[in-house]
Design a protein around this ligand. Structure first.
Ligand SMILES: [Zn+2]
Ligand SMILES: [Zn+2]
Length: 250
């Protein structure tokens, strides 16, 4: 018997049956990662400030109040989903219940937004850098969710873009130097104070980088990391996040 042939064809059949022809969330037959029913359950961040992607209520391209007062230090911000409903549920399940299987559908949705933005008109960044959790939190949870997500993001872009895919290292050049209270428990002012001296950058930084995080809340973490990356040599920093929350004060 030709075991080689048997194993590869059977494994491929099982793989196709398990993963490719099913929706990742509800397991209904689907040629895409998500069936149309599950895709419709996400709240897309369509009404947002063009600079910082903060969800806004107007139906025009109005820049939000905060960006009018002071423009963000990053150059591009892409945040396809609102942090609520199904998105919030899946990200919490990944973070607190180790349900890593939900990373793929969220990263697929982010990649769709990235392809729509960069397409043939904008140059892709040449390096993906993720915002890491503190070593203590990683130890508590057993993994760093942003690193897992960034790895999935890199693998997906590698399949789509081949040689054009940005470089990626599992060791983020951004290091967290002190443990801080969870950002969502603090006011905007406290959050900014809280960021001072929390992160540092070690290692080579490309001229055009993509800075990845799972959720963008006030934006203060990503703003301080952008400033550090620019100090370390980046000329352009593009923010890539799965979801954006509106400010508490909005
Ligand atoms: Zn589904
Ligand atoms: Zn804004």
């Amino acid at each position: 018997m030709n075991y080689k042939k048997l194993s590869t064809t059977n494994i491929l059949k099982v793989y196709n049956w398990l993963l490719i022809d099913q929706c990742y969330l509800c397991h209904a037959p689907s040629s895409k990662t998500l069936c149309s029913f599950c895709s419709s359950g996400f709240h897309y961040n369509r009404l947002a400030c063009p600079l910082c992607q903060r969800p806004i209520k107007q139906f025009d391209d109005a820049i939000c109040g905060q960006c009018q007062v002071s423009a963000p230090p990053y150059d591009v911000c892409l945040a396809p989903l609102c942090f609520e409903g199904l998105t919030q549920h899946l990200i919490h399940a990944i973070k607190f219940q180790q349900q890593a299987q939900f990373i793929r559908p969220l990263i697929q949705l982010l990649c769709e937004a990235l392809n729509e933005h960069y397409g043939a008109t904008h140059a892709w960044p040449t390096q993906i850098i993720f915002v890491p959790s503190h070593p203590t939190r990683i130890k508590e949870r057993g993994f760093c969710q942003t690193q897992k997500m960034a790895s999935e993001l890199y693998q997906t872009l590698l399949l789509q873009l081949g040689q054009q895919a940005p470089h990626y290292s599992k060791q983020s050049p951004i290091k967290k130097t002190s443990n801080t209270p969870a950002q969502h428990t603090l006011s905007k002012k406290k959050r900014i104070e809280n960021q001072k001296g929390v992160y540092c950058v070690e290692g080579g930084i490309a001229a055009h980088v993509a800075l990845f995080d799972d959720v963008m809340t006030s934006g203060s973490t990503l703003e301080s990391c952008t400033k550090l990356l620019k100090k370390a040599g980046a000329k352009q920093v593009d923010i890539w996040v799965i979801a954006r929350t509106p400010d508490k004060s909005n």
